[in-house]
Design a protein around this ligand. Structure first.
Ligand code: SF4
Ligand code: SF4
Length: 365
């Protein structure tokens, strides 16, 4: 396992230019330099020089980060800030009582077995999707369904309902959690455990890894930082590129929230062009964080609510009936921001498309 010292060169690469301040959602609210990469790197430089200790104060600032990666994309030094913060968080928490308690709760014995039990209950009697056997070549998609589908497989069912119309073979494996909560929470030993298990199950023949959660996909990509990665595709993007049309009888206005971890939202206009009676209205700052970000919402409740309320305001201003996204955690984040009695529905894109009155292959109309 790498240590903070292994990242000394990257930390020293920070020129303190402050450009990260202009994109960091947390800095925009707090105005606190310790909340953004620049300030965190000043502290970590102090630690590496031996002037500071990795104590609770530094840990608090490491937790005050959404791991949204916006500063990384903007940083002239190209510093992989999230990886450094995760290692520093690991070193802060590893020998502390609260670190040990968190690790126990996230262990395979507690977290892992809860997910396995939930999967057994929620998938009892469920059948696996068979490819349409009409002699055509099928696309083989390895489905990473994620913890939320293991507990409450609403989006999984919606996805299968649509995919059964297409020439697709969905390969299912008993994957563990992608590891996102462990990675960002600094429980790197547990992250390596789930990564090893999932990689073993990914060792099979497929065309692409399919997910319906942007955070799962971004974490799976982390597995392949030092080796060749397979192709990954988000379910919403996959459906946008298929020869399929979604016909809604009643007109509906939708807007789209881009999760921080979704690689690109370029497919969104194309997706809604494939829908009849659906009007897409882009919201202001559609790619700004919803404020949930796993344990960030628990550890920085007021900040998280402020970010969610800003997001909700932008959604309401569009006048949309439904806000769509591709991450279950973002749905929770968005719902936290609505404090009006009446507000738009928040749904995964896949759930919305499965509600179409007709799903038709373009060749057949
Ligand atoms: S943008 Fe990069 S180099 Fe500039 S202060 Fe932020 S982390 Fe440092
Ligand atoms: S990852 Fe996001 S929240 Fe964290 S410092 Fe960078 S921009 Fe700010």
């Amino acid at each position: 396992m790498k240590t903070l010292k292994d990242f000394a060169d990257d930390i020293n690469k920070c020129s303190k230019c402050g450009l990260c301040q202009s994109v960091c959602p947390v800095y925009k609210i707090t105005g606190n330099d310790c909340a953004v990469s620049r300030g965190k790197f000043v502290m970590l430089e102090g630690v590496l020089k031996g002037d500071l200790k990795l104590n609770r104060t530094i840990e608090k600032y490491l937790d005050m980060c959404l791991r949204c990666g916006k500063c990384k994309d903007f940083c002239p030094g190209g510093i992989d800030v999230c990886e450094i913060f995760n290692i520093a968080k690991y070193e802060c928490a590893k020998n502390t009582l609260h670190g040990k308690i968190e690790n126990f709760l996230e262990s395979d014995f507690v977290f892992g077995n809860c997910i396995k039990l939930a999967r057994k209950i929620s998938h009892f009697g469920a059948s696996r999707l068979q490819p349409a056997n009409d002699g055509k070549e099928t696309t083989r998609l390895l489905y990473f369904k994620g913890c939320v589908n293991n507990i409450y497989p609403k989006t999984e069912k919606a996805l299968k309902k649509i995919l059964q119309k297409l020439d697709v073979e969905l390969i299912e494996r008993d994957f563990d959690c992608c590891g996102q909560p462990f990675l960002s929470g600094g429980n790197l030993e547990r992250f390596e455990e789930v990564k090893a298990w999932n990689l073993k199950l990914m060792d099979c023949d497929f065309d692409a890894v399919l997910t319906d959660c942007a955070s799962c996909e971004s974490t799976l990509r982390e597995y392949f930082k030092e080796c060749e990665a397979p192709e990954f595709i988000n379910a919403a993007e996959f459906l946008a590129k298929q020869n399929v049309r979604f016909r809604f009888k009643k007109p509906v206005r939708v807007t789209f929230h881009k999760p921080c971890h979704l690689k690109s939202a370029d497919f969104v206009p194309e997706l809604f062009q494939n829908c009849e009676n659906v009007e897409y209205i882009e919201m202001k700052d559609f790619d700004e964080c919803c404020g949930f970000a796993g344990s960030f919402a628990l550890k920085n409740s007021n900040l998280s609510i402020t970010l969610a309320q800003n997001k909700a305001k932008n959604i309401i201003e569009t006048g949309a009936d439904v806000v769509l996204t591709t991450c279950p955690a973002c749905i929770l984040g968005i719902l936290r921001g609505f404090n009006h009695r009446r507000h738009p529905k928040a749904m995964n894109v896949v759930d919305f498309l499965a509600h179409a009155d007709e799903i038709i292959l373009k060749k057949s109309y």
